[in-house]
Structures are given as C-alpha cells and as structure tokens.
Design a protein around this ligand. Structure first.
Ligand code: CA
Length: 435
C-alpha cells in the first residue's frame, strides 16, 4: 500500500447575515476539525472555541501506551470538551443552552479516526463522486430514516436545523466514532451547515473538482455566500496524496503550520459580569419584541435514557420557543414516544411523554395490563410510579413482559398475566398540522 499524507486548508466566512462567527475550523498535518457553535450571540462562539481547544490539545505525538489509538484520543478529547462546556455553563448560567456540533478527523499515518456529532458534515470526494460520510443528528434525518420525508423535502423543512445530538456539557453525550481508510486522490470536506444548507451537493461536487483544495475551499465559500450566506460558513479540506509526491509551494499548507479559523482564532470569553462590564450587553434580557434568532433554538429534545429528561426537554422546548410551530413540533414529537407507568394501580403503556403543557396533553393510555402495582417488588413499583421510558411500543411491551416476570404471587391467587388490552384512546388535543 502506498504511504499517504495529505494537504489541508481551512476557510471561514461570517456570512451575509450574522455579526459574529460561531464556527471554528482547524487543519494541521494530523488533524481536521470543525465545530459549529449554537446558543446565539451569547455563547455559540465560546462553545465551538472551547471544543476546538480540547481537540487541539491532542494534536501532538501520541503515546500509544498512555493515549491508545487516535480514536481513543478523540473519544477522550470529546469527553473533555463536553466536561468543560458543562463547567462553563455551571459557572455562567447565562450561557445555559450553548453547545456545538463537532466533526474531527485524526490521521495516524495509515487511517483516519473520526468523531461526529450534530449536523456539520463530512463528505468524501473520490473518483469524481461526492459521498456524504456523516449522518446528520437532526430531527429531519430521523424522519428520513423512518421513511416519512425525502432528502429533498428535508432541505426545505421548517425544522431542518433542529439537532437531536450535540455537545452540550451534559451527560447524555452521544457522538459517533469510526475509522476511515483514505486512498490517494481522495478529498475530504468538513463543513458547517452554512455551506450544506446554502449549496446543493452537485455544486459541492463541482467545486471539489477544481485543481487544488485551496481553490475548492474558496469556491465553496463563495457559492455559500451566493446561495444566500444566511449563516456562518466554514470548510476544512484535505487531499490525500502519496507521501513521495512533492508539495506545491503555492498551497496554503506549504509552511506545514496548523490553520485556525473562526471563533477558535478569536479567543471568545464567557460574557458575564465576571469578565467585563461592556461585554454584558450580549446577555441582557431580550426585549419582548426582538425576534428570536433560530440559531439559538437549534437543539431539540429526543428520547433520553432517563425519564426526567423527557419531561424537561419537552416542556423546555415548548416554553422556551413559545410559538405555535414549536408547540406543534413538541406535540408531534411527543406522540412518537412511549412510557410505562401507573394507571389506576396497574401497569399501563402510555403513548406520549409524562408532561403536560398549558392547554396541551402530551400523553394518553395506549394499552392497559392486569399487573397490579402491589404485586411488584418495591424497586420495580417505584420505577413504574416514576415512569419508565421506552424507545418504542415494542420496547414498552418488553418492559411490561419483564415486569410481569417479577410479579410476586401474594397467595394462592392466579398469577397475573401481562395480557395487553388496547383501549380506545382519544387524543386529548387536536393533532397539530405540523409533522
Ligand atoms: Ca451553523
């Protein structure tokens, strides 16, 4: 196998609508990283810069004994970034809600370790064809996966930028990690949604055919601005070549130095009273008439392992967004969730989430069982009383089966069975038109 190396470049533009850049990009002989911060003017740039810093700390000669593989190092760095975000949020409650996407590739000399979370994208350009390598962690992608939306419909969906996963400083961090095997001639593109939302894949593919990656990067950013430039646009590009191939001096990476662009290059600080008085302005309460920047509302709730989060995220979404569309979205989302809970002293499967919003019921009984709560061990009974989140109706049935196997027969009475009975349910509220 030919020994490979790569050329790299990173380029960003604040775009035509935004006043600050919340994207961070980084390219070096070992690493390619892109982070798209969210949380509005308050903290998106800070979130992406903190994350970028944690990633840059592992851009060094790794010690295989202490650091493991490049993928191990990436895993650790993402976890550290998440931890630091959590600490900053704890210390500065005003930046609550900040977060960032992340795409990171780490070259070990033979293959690429890859970390991905959010909706920033990784594309591979090989043999003249463009392929999206990363899978968006978005609401619309989940609808595409369920066959309820086509990719073309997703591009214009009103909730296309709602994220289901991001680095948020919380303990439900869930990035994707994988290995990629590059070949000579491959080009890899990491980009923020400021590119992929503005520019069709065909245009990206065409731009990647240009002679050098420097030219491609310039063309991609130009195309995003021409497409509207509604968001910060950042591209990080790499081209794999044989190690023996001479490096063109005209390339921006010819000096071998890392390239840092966007907010990571600007050293943003948490804007609170602890830092400086003049920068507090960004965090002053918003006058009621100021339109909400959709970028601040990027993160969407999803079924979390712990029941508590279902309640919190569903309620927070509707309350924070406070719009009809958001409430409709919250309702629509909630009606695809299931949980097992107490129904008049018995175990039942509910559709929805265990939370209700003013004027909007978010759950209804889907199926009842004959399992009395009193026949369950204390721990299981308490779990049911608190509600047990299920990932699907089948999962809810499995939970019920499991509970039924724990039933303690009090006396010679017959053992209750988990027989499920579908009960007629009437939606407590009209189905919103949005889906
Ligand atoms: Ca963005």
């Amino acid at each position: 196998m030919t020994a490979l190396t790569y050329r790299y470049c990173a380029l960003t533009d604040v775009g035509l609508r935004r006043t600050n850049n919340q994207d961070s990009g980084y390219a070096s002989p070992r690493m390619l990283v892109l982070a798209d911060g969210m949380g509005g003017a308050a903290a998106g740039d800070l979130a992406s810069a903190i994350t970028m810093e944690a990633l840059r700390e592992i851009d060094r000669d790794l010690d295989p004994e202490a650091d493991g593989t490049v993928l191990d190092a990436l895993t650790e760095a993402v976890s550290i970034a998440n931890h630091r975000l959590g600490e900053v949020i704890r210390d500065n409650p005003l930046v609550e809600g900040m977060g960032t996407t992340l795409d990171a590739m780490y070259w070990d000399g033979e293959k690429l370790g890859v970390a991905h979370i959010g909706d920033s994208r990784i594309y591979r350009f090989r043999g003249g064809k463009l392929t999206q390598i990363s899978v968006d962690h978005t609401y619309v992608q989940s609808l595409i996966d369920e066959g309820r939306l086509t990719p073309a419909e997703a591009r214009v969906h009103p909730h296309r930028s709602l994220l289901l996963r991001a680095i948020l400083g919380r303990d439900d961090l869930e990035p994707d990690f994988t290995w990629l095997q590059p070949a000579a001639g491959d080009r890899y593109l990491l980009c923020s949604d400021g590119l992929s939302d503005m520019v069709q894949d065909e245009v990206i593919e065409r731009s990647l055919r240009l002679e050098t990656i420097d030219l491609s990067a310039t063309e991609l950013v130009r195309a995003a601005l021409e497409g509207g430039g509604l968001d910060n646009v950042t591209v990080v590009l790499a081209e794999f070549v044989a190690l023996s191939e001479p490096l063109e001096e005209s390339l921006s990476c010819a000096d071998g130095r890392p390239q840092v662009v966007g907010s990571a290059a600007e050293n943003p600080q948490p804007r609170t009273g602890l830092v400086s008085s003049e920068s507090n302005e960004a965090l002053e309460p918003r006058p009621p008439s100021t339109p909400v920047d959709p970028e601040e509302l990027r993160y969407a709730p999803r079924p979390a392992p712990r029941f508590r989060w279902i309640r919190i995220t569903a309620s927070v979404l509707a309350i924070v967004l406070g719009t009809a569309a958001a409430t409709a979205f919250a309702y629509d989302w909630s009606q695809k969730q299931y949980f097992v809970a107490d129904y008049d002293g018995t175990v039942a499967i509910y559709r929805g989430v265990d939370a209700n919003l003013p004027g909007l019921s978010l759950n209804s009984v889907e199926q009842t069982t004959r399992i009395d709560l009193d026949t369950l061990p204390t721990y299981s009974r308490q779990q049911v009383e608190g509600g047990i989140t299920a990932t699907s109706l089948d999962d809810a049935k499995r939970i019920v089966d499991n509970l039924s196997s724990q039933v303690r027969e009090p006396a010679p009475t017959p053992r209750p069975t988990p027989e499920l009975t579908t009960v007629p349910t009437s939606p407590a509220s009209p189905e919103p038109g949005d889906s």
